[in-house]
Design a protein around this ligand. Sequence first.
Ligand code: ZN
Length: 275
Amino acid sequence: MPLTVTFDLEDNRRSPKQEARFVPMSHRFLEFVEQRGITATVFIVGEIARTHPQLLRRVADGGHEIGLHGLRHVALGDVGPARLADELREGRELLEDIVQTPVVGFRAPIFSLTPGTAWAVESISRAGFTYSSSVLPAANPLHGWPGAPRMPFRWDNGVVELPCPVGGAGRALVPYLGGIYLRYVPLSLARRFLRELDDRAVAWTYSHPYDIDPDEPFFTMPYAGWLTSRVLHTRRGATLPALDARIAASGGAGPPLAEVARELVSVELPLMRSR
Ligand SMILES: [Zn+2]
């Protein structure tokens, strides 16, 4: 099953006084995929459209799909039901003003679409998104939705959800194709999980600018504690080679997620209630 390559473009700095390393790292990622002829899906934090419009243009000029990764990089529960729909609409408009194409995909920061924030599905739909890629169907130290379907499903308002691929068993399910797991799960195990994927599943990988930045000086990230930040700081040089190996193990790169979601519009999918 081909592996769709996605990237969460966010600014992980604690202060704007720090060097904006996410900019050169985003370029590094784009060069990586473009050298391989891959069209990626890049979920971008809306505020970055204000501060770094040229970076968005660069992503769009590469022909990649652009989705929204929140107006701010804040968990859905911390944005809250009163503000979310407005923030998502604003974020989407910020991106569309620059890239001049419809933005249809949304990924919640930190996979924060969970049983406690299911109200957000209505806001996602109201803001004009047709698909979401915001659910991690496993228990996780940050956010997760244990027991959620591991294959694409449809929310009761019609939004298609493309859950994060997980491998393993029971409580030990891990998103082996993304972030820190990309560089820590051995390739042999990743290969086994890929083989075990349900035929109806959609395989996608995710990484962040910092995941491919071995030279970033250490600091505690705004949305992670010291220990998590410490772990996130290790083995970053292994990320791109691991990504390459997983793409090869999957038999190649898949289409952007918008294309995958479009093909699922007429397919019967499991239905999930959001309230
Ligand atoms: Zn993120």
